[in-house]
Design a protein around this ligand. Structure first.
Ligand code: SF4
Length: 238
């Protein structure tokens, strides 16, 4: 599955359309995932080439059903893009691999230009927003990625009921693991079955959070109502 965002950036989702998790904000279907497609990496890479993508953002459903968490297909996809479309840079928006760090290492080994892992929300709301995830496990994933030499990025949705203080604590937690890039965007409810929007954050507050994030040491902060994790992704190469 691919989506084009203009300016030479496109997003691709791999490892199927069905996720083993059921996050309260996400419209992706939960259930038993499809069988793995060993040709997916080459198909994605060929699409990248044909579409003339300069910067590819690759994401996936979570595959907690697989021993390797899908990390080998992930790594092969990065390698295939490098092989078939060598001028394309890559951002991989990866899962936490359920804390199986040998699977995270498979990503570090192929060294995408940017590796993202989203916290999605503040510590207090994590259980409600990402029921199978853990706030500290996500921070540990980001810490390990940074230790492995990656440029790291994380996204947080606002408007789920977090306080301003909690937003700053989340920024501090991300800086404590040396995350380089932060995205802050407005949460929107995809269907009535998903978590409700508690608050619409004003553009002025998004602008304030950007300045505060930069003052805390993030290299880039994208902060605005329409910001999503792949927003201006091509600008985060440095
Ligand atoms: S793990 Fe990712 S794809 Fe799966 S439900 Fe959560 S946000 Fe959606």
């Amino acid at each position: 599955m691919g989506e084009c965002w203009g300016e030479g950036t496109a997003t691709f989702m791999i490892l199927g359309n069905i996720c083993t998790r059921s996050c309260g904000f996400c419209a992706v279907a939960t259930g038993r995932p499809d069988a793995l497609d060993p040709f997916e990496p080459v198909r994605v890479a060929k699409s990248v080439k044909i579409m003339g993508v300069k910067h590819a953002v690759i994401t996936s459903v979570d595959r907690d059903d697989l021993k390797d968490g899908g990390s080998l297909i992930w790594a092969e996809t990065v390698n295939a893009v490098r092989r078939i479309s060598p001028g394309t840079t890559l951002e991989t928006l990866i899962p936490d691999f359920a804390g199986k760090w040998e699977n995270l290492q498979n990503i570090i080994d192929v060294a995408p230009e940017i590796v993202s892992h989203n916290l999605e929300t503040v510590r207090r709301l994590t259980k409600q927003v990402r029921i199978q995830a853990k706030y500290d496990r996500s921070l540990e994933a980001l810490r390990r990625l940074k230790k492995g030499g990656m440029k790291t990025k994380s996204g947080v949705m606002l408007g789920l009921g977090e306080t301003e203080e909690e937003i700053y604590e989340t920024m501090d937690d991300l800086r404590a693991v040396n995350a380089d890039i932060l995205t802050l965007g407005q949460y929107l409810q995809p269907t009535p079955k998903h978590l409700p929007v508690v608050e619409f954050i004003t553009p002025e507050n998004f602008a304030k959070y950007k300045q505060i994030g930069l003052s805390k040491g993030f290299r880039y902060v994208e902060s605005g109502p329409l910001v999503r994790s792949s927003y201006h992704a091509e600008k985060h190469l440095f």
